[in-house]
Design a protein. Structure first.
Lengths: 162, 215
C-alpha cells in the first residue's frame, strides 16, 4: 500500500499531496537555500516522477537560476518547492508537510555555508510558546489562527475565517 | 560614533531592508505556526529591538497569520522576511540588581570581579535580553560601569529609597550611568512583611510608585 502525505502553505491557498515516500530528506545550508528560506537552512525531500500532486491553488515561481525554480505561496509566502527543470520530479520543503517530522533528515548539504553556530542551537535556553506580551495571551492567537490546519480540508478558508 | 548596521532582503532582491542600531533578541522558534510559515523545522528571528528598521527597496507583502500577528514575505520570490506583532516581539528584561554600582548591604558584598562574573553569566543566559539595573547606591563608588561591563546590554539607572517618614524615588543619578534617554518603570515589592517592619521600619502598605525614571 502506498503511503500518502499532505502539506501546504501557512494560509492554505496552495495544498499538495505526495503518494509514496520522499527521497533523501536533508537540510540544505547553501546560501541560495538560506536566502530563499529566510532562514539558516532549507529542509528538502525529493518527490520523483509524478509523486506530487497540487490539490489546491497554484504556487508562484521564482527562477533562482536558469536550471532551478522555487515554488512559493503568493498569498502568504511559504516556500514550498525546489524544482530542477531538467530533473524528473520536484523537491518539497519538509516543514510544509502537515507532519513536519514525517521524514527525518539523513544528511546536511551545503556545509561550506552552514551558520557557524548551527551545532550549538540545541544547547540554547529552551521554553514553550509564550505570548504573555499580548493582552489576550496565547489565546488571542489560538482563537484567531488563520493558519491552515495540518490536514486536507474541503473548503478553505473555513466559514467565518476569511 | 558609527552605528551598527545590518542589511538583508529576499532571495530575488525585490525587497531589501536595513537595521540601524542594536537589534534585540535573536531566537529560534519551533512553534507550528513558525514551522508552517517558513516550511522548515524552525524559524530564526531577531527582534528589531532598539534598532531602526528601514525597507530600502520594495515592500514586503503581509499575511495575517492570526489577529495578533502578521508575517511579511516577498511576493516575487516568497522569501519569508518578517514577523510583526502589534507590540513587537516579546522581550524579557532581566533586571539584575546585584550589579549595582556601589556598596551592597553589609553581608552581601560583591567585589568588582564578582559583578563582572555575574554580568558575564547573565549575558550567557540571556544574551541581549539582559538589562542591568543599577540602583543608586547610598555611597556611589563608580566601579562597575556600563563601559566596563562585559555585557551586550543596555543599562537602566534608578534610585529607590524607602525609610520611615520618607518615600520616593531618588532623583540622583549614579555617576557614569547613562540609559540613553530610555524610560523605565520600577516596581518594588517585598516578599515578607518582616522586611517592611524591621528593615524599612515602617508599616506594610500598598502603594504604586510614580513612574518617574531618573534616566
Amino acid at each position: 500500500m502506498t503511503s500518502t502525505h499532505s502539506g501546504g502553505c501557512q494560509c492554505g491557498a496552495v495544498r499538495y499531496r505526495i503518494e509514496g515516500e520522499l527521497e533523501y530528506p536533508h537540510l540544505c545550508h547553501c546560501r541560495m537555500c538560506q536566502k530563499a528560506a529566510g532562514n539558516y537552512f532549507m529542509p528538502l525531500g525529493f518527490a520523483p516522477g509524478k509523486m506530487l500532486t497540487i490539490t489546491r491553488g497554484a504556487p508562484g515561481w521564482f527562477h533562482s537560476s536558469d536550471p532551478v525554480r522555487r515554488g512559493f505561496c503568493r498569498d502568504c509566502g511559504t516556500p514550498l518547492f525546489f524544482d530542477t527543470l531538467e530533473s524528473d520530479g520536484i523537491a518539497v520543503t519538509l516543514g510544509s508537510l502537515d507532519d513536519p517530522a514525517a521524514f527525518p533528515p539523513v544528511a546536511n548539504d551545503g556545509m561550506e555555508t552552514r551558520v557557524p553556530f548551527h551545532a550549538a542551537l540545541d544547547g540554547l535556553p529552551a521554553k514553550s510558546v509564550d505570548r504573555n506580551d499580548l493582552p489576550g495571551g496565547l489565546e488571542s492567537v489560538a482563537s484567531t489562527n488563520h493558519q491552515h490546519p495540518d490536514h486536507d480540508t474541503g473548503v478553505w478558508p473555513a466559514e467565518g475565517k476569511a | 560614533m558609527s552605528m551598527e548596521t545590518h542589511s538583508g532582503g529576499c532571495q530575488c532582491g525585490a525587497v531589501r531592508f536595513r537595521l540601524t542600531g542594536m537589534p534585540g533578541t535573536s531566537s529560534v522558534c519551533y512553534c507550528r505556526m513558525c514551522q508552517k510559515a517558513s516550511a522548515a523545522h524552525a524559524l530564526a528571528l531577531v527582534s528589531v529591538g532598539e534598532a531602526a528598521l528601514e525597507w530600502t527597496r520594495g515592500q514586503p507583502s503581509w499575511f495575517q497569520s492570526s489577529n495578533a500577528a502578521r508575517r511579511g514575505f516577498c511576493d516575487k520570490c516568497g522569501t519569508p522576511l518578517a514577523y510583526d506583532a502589534p507590540d513587537g516581539l516579546a522581550l524579557f528584561y532581566l533586571f539584575d540588581t546585584t550589579l549595582r554600582d556601589g556598596q551592597q548591604t553589609p553581608g552581601i558584598d560583591f567585589s568588582l570581579d564578582d559583578k563582572m562574573s555575574i554580568a558575564a553569566c547573565s549575558t550567557s543566559l540571556a544574551s541581549t535580553m539582559s538589562r542591568a539595573a543599577i540602583p543608586a547606591p547610598i555611597r556611589p563608588t563608580p566601579r562597575f560601569l556600563p563601559s566596563r561591563a562585559p555585557m551586550k546590554a543596555s543599562f537602566t539607572a534608578f534610585g529607590m529609597t524607602r525609610r520611615a517618614g520618607r518615600f520616593g524615588v531618588q532623583r540622583s543619578r549614579p555617576a557614569g550611568a547613562d540609559a540613553g534617554g530610555g524610560r523605565c518603570g520600577v516596581l518594588v515589592a517585598k516578599s515578607w512583611d518582616y522586611h517592611v517592619r524591621v528593615a524599612l521600619k515602617t508599616a506594610p502598605m500598598r502603594r504604586t510608585l510614580p513612574a518617574s525614571p531618573t534616566a
